[in-house]
Ligand binder design. Structure first.
Ligand SMILES: Cc1cc2nc3c(=O)[nH]c(=O)nc-3n(C[C@H](O)[C@H](O)[C@H](O)COP(=O)(O)OP(=O)(O)OC[C@H]3O[C@@H](n4cnc5c(N)ncnc54)[C@H](O)[C@@H]3O)c2cc1C
Length: 462
């Protein structure tokens, strides 16, 4: 079919100024932050303003067998929002309104294109809290968060995005509008489609609206940045803390990550001496809890499990300490990293780390790796950096080989090849390391029900 015909038809659904087809726009809206994938290809980018326009677009796509790629904040790391053929990119940038707040139920109703930061800020001015948080909050959208079941820094206490979604409005790949769960706390009417769309990566349909639960703001929090000489010490501290207090975050990172973030953020080394690993935790503070924490830290210092400690005394200091952790991901960008986003049971994370580190050291000693992650959730980000002398193409081939090796270890640990970034294009060839053949067949069956002509984000996830 003629591309011109398609673009003219699309312009009858959206006003002319909401259809872009220049290559620069396709480069911007048809690509996420996954560096190792080829540049995007698409027919055009459209900017819907309401769900009726999307219904018309889905019907048109079904009629002419076109493919539609939902594009949120494009901060993903798995190529889920990458346009790869004659796709129509659907940006949610203009569906960025908060619809209303239900004060009695403490729920927020918003469009899918609202950024995570806007939701956090809206909650805060109501003296409430939307607890999902991570370093791309200002750019990523709630639709993208829901489509990937985003996790982040507070999962240890508050869970992932799934825990906060009370309702969704979606448009299926058939063009039907479904109102899923509508904000209800209790609803035992069978299959809950809301949970199918959470983590579906745009393969079942568009998420147009969400109803999110808000909660009480933590009263006062403190952040502790600490250094340790071995990762075993981190496990010990985590376990002691978890027995005594309710943590809001517990993160770890290696010395290379520390060096990269210091350079990128132009911040000084915070400790007296280098160690192999660093950690950060946050907790809700009061006099009693502070005393417990103080005792635990003193004990761990005495046992030489912890080398040094820095504690925040007010919000500005807390934000500064968080920079050492939140800045890591972006600081690696210039090294063209290949990102592994792995999950195992929190109790087995350090056994897994040992196995994976031994393997990388033995088989790929020449490659530099950077380790960090949400260790309290069993979620590890291993970033393999591209050596300057290796071409991008050869690096991608090498990383595919490493993936098979690492994912075999993940399979052995009954873990997940994608903890929170989603499968997208990048991890799709490895899905069988985490899901059985039967599970993948059921997933395909579900896809066929919601999107029989495969117009929705084809080639991603399954
Ligand atoms: C510095 C940095 C730190 C990060 N830290 C974390 C972290 O700690 N935890 C974490 O989970 N992630 C993290 N990420 C990854 C990323 O920000 C998240 O995956 C985020 O949820 C993606 O949202 P997005 O709007 O950018 O989605 P996109 O990248 O635009 O899209 C992601 C997927 O969702 C689909 N999609 C988008 N909008 C819709 C919609 N309305 N309807 C249906 N499908 C849709 C897309 O097609 C794609 O498959 C980080 C990224 C960066 C850059």
């Amino acid at each position: 079919m003629e591309n011109n015909f398609i673009i003219s038809a699309v312009m009858t659904i959206f006003s002319k100024d909401r259809v872009l087809f220049d290559y620069q726009s396709i480069l911007i809206y048809g690509k996420d932050l996954t560096d190792v994938l080829p540049p995007p290809h698409a027919l055009c980018v459209v900017f819907p303003q309401d769900k009726n326009e999307l219904v018309s677009l889905v019907h048109f796509a079904n009629e002419h067998r076109l493919s539609l790629v939902p594009s949120g904040g494009r901060t993903g790391y798995s190529g889920g929002a990458v346009a790869k053929q004659n796709d129509i990119i659907v940006s949610f940038e203009k569906m960025n309104h908060i619809v209303d707040f239900n004060a009695a139920d403490k729920t927020l109703h918003c469009e899918a294109g609202v950024t995570l930061k806007a939701i956090q800020d809206y909650a805060k001015q109501l003296d409430l809290f939307y607890p999902v948080d991570f370093a791309s909050a200002a750019e990523c959208q709630i639709g993208g968060n829901i489509a990937t079941n985003a996790g982040g820094l507070h999962v240890i206490r508050y869970g992932s995005t799934r825990q906060w979604v009370m309702g969704l409005t979606v448009i299926t790949g058939r063009g039907d509008i479904l109102g899923c769960n509508k904000g209800l706390v209790k609803n035992a009417t069978g299959y809950d489609f809301r949970h199918l769309f959470i983590g579906s990566e745009g393969t079942l349909g568009f998420i147009t609206h969400a109803i999110l639960k808000l909660t009480a703001l933590p009263k006062k929090t403190k952040v502790i940045l600490f250094s340790v000489s071995n990762n075993q010490a981190i496990t010990i501290l985590l376990s002691v803390l978890q027995q005594a207090v309710s943590l809001i975050a517990f993160e770890f990172f290696c010395h290379t990550a520390m060096q990269c973030v210091m350079q990128a953020e132009q911040i000084a080394f915070p400790f007296q001496k280098n160690t192999d690993f660093y950690g950060l935790f946050e907790y809700e503070s009061d006099d009693t809890v502070d005393l417990i924490i103080e005792k635990i830290l003193q004990d761990q210092l005495n046992k030489n499990n912890i080398s040094e400690i820095l504690m925040s005394h007010h919000e500005k200091e807390a934000n500064h300490l968080w920079r050492y952790r939140k800045g890591i991901s972006r600081s690696l960008k210039k090294y063209f990293p290949y990102k592994f986003d792995l999950a195992v049971l929190p109790s087995t994370i350090f056994s897994f780390m040992r196995a994976a580190a031994d393997l990388l050291r033995n088989k790929y000693a020449a490659l530099e790796t950077v380790w960090f992650g949400h260790v309290g959730d069993g979620n590890l980000h291993v970033n393999v950096l591209k050596p300057e002398t290796v071409s991008e193409k050869d690096f991608a081939v090498r990383c595919a080989e490493i993936s098979e090796t690492i994912y075999a270890v993940i399979q052995h640990f009954n873990g997940s090849i994608c903890a929170e970034h989603g499968v997208g294009l990048l991890k799709k060839p490895y899905l069988h390391y985490s899901k059985s053949d039967s599970e993948i067949q059921y997933m395909r069956g579900i896809k066929n029900i919601f999107d029989p002509n495969h117009v929705m984000n084809p080639g991603k996830l399954i």
